[in-house]
Write a protein that binds this ligand. Sequence first.
Ligand code: ACO
Length: 431
Amino acid sequence: MADTKGSATLTIGNKAIDLPIHSPTVGPDVLDIRKLYAQGDVFTYDPGFTSTASCSSTITYIDGDKGELLYRGYPIEQLAEKSHHLEVCYLLLYGELPTAQQMVDFETRVTRHTMVHEQMHYFFRGFRRDAHPMATMVGVVGAMSAFYHDSTDVNDPWQREVAAIRMVAKIPTIAAMAYKYSIGQPFVYPKNSLDYAGNFLHMCFAVPAEDYVVDPILAKAMDRIMMLHADHEQNASTSTVRLAGSSGANPFACIAAGIACLWGPAHGGANQACLEMLREIGTVDRIPEFIARAKDKNDPFRLMGFGHRVYKNFDPRAKVMKESADEVLGLLGIHDNETLKVAKELERIALEDPYFVEKKLYPNVDFYSGIILEAMGFPTSMFTPIFALSRAVGWIAQWKEMIGDPELKIGRPRQLYTGAPRRDYSEVEER
Ligand code: ACO
């Protein structure tokens, strides 16, 4: 728990209640209201948790005004440049960058767990071929608790560790299988000689009929996408994982809940929605029409890939992603990509438009990721599954931290009830 630096007094009627103020290592102070209901007989009201810290955590820090994202204290820009996804996984799970030997051990453990139980192949076959890969992933990841019940005892630290390794190792395999299933191609087994990102690309794009050589440029770009999405503090899907886990539910069930939450277009589903929007806009001359729609209060349309609950300056991940998009398209020799042109022009216009400036709406991580994924050959339906497989490590790290927290309590928010007060049941003929 953070240091307590003093208290604030809240007066309700003639009752004064002292509320401790905690100091985080960085960021705004936090008012501890845990005793508020017991002492003041009131709840707080905060839909969307805009002012509420639901837990204490040592994993990820975001300064939305500065546009800063730190994993265990390390800036995302430095990690994106110098690290790689599996090293970031180690960092998120264990708190420190690994030594060379620790990295080798971790990599070996993850690599040894990349295959899924053979029976899972039959489980996949229960899904319709045209199912969205996210629908398949929610089901299959949830089903991991049926296939790996020897790592579902949340009270056993060893089982928690095994579950974490299994999750990080198998989720690319599951995402690739969901893709292969949806296009009617045979599943491709993991290849342990490849690195994490290269292995995922191989499982997605290789076929038994011919050799497939992973392009190192694409593997690097994929690895960077994974790093940028690896964790993001207490966002909707991570909070879902924590809430599900607070009841003692097993980790696979909790991650399945996180995947379900991520699917929404306001969250991880935005990358698919964003590319579809860019395609719908089609050409640069149609941008003003869409900007006008985004500003129209009577039109539900929003500029996908714009805006963020926390970032009110810029999303540091979007900056790296934009550079990556330029790099990947350049290296692939794609110079006249119309979608990228539309994206860049849309960004330029929106960043100058008073509506977006006043509301502090900036491109988020999803704005450019779809362009890279499309250039790699992924259909839009795979964008959110790739987000999910990248975020799995963040979810499991947050889940592990929560289970090990002596202050863990089952999550149980209260409400501001606005329904009917008590009334008596009326017989049907009297209604
Ligand atoms: N286009 C147009 N207007 C927008 C947009 C947008 N993308 N985003 C927010 N606004 C406007 C809202 O209409 C609102 O206007 P008002 O104050 O006049 O009512 C104001 O900006 C504030 O918006 P809220 O929805 O209250 O902000 P909130 O913090 O709740 O939402 C969110 C953040 C969900 C990300 C929102 O900006 C959005 O829907 N963006 C588009 C979807 C998207 O890209 N999601 C990905 C987020 S990043 C991630 O999950 C990885």
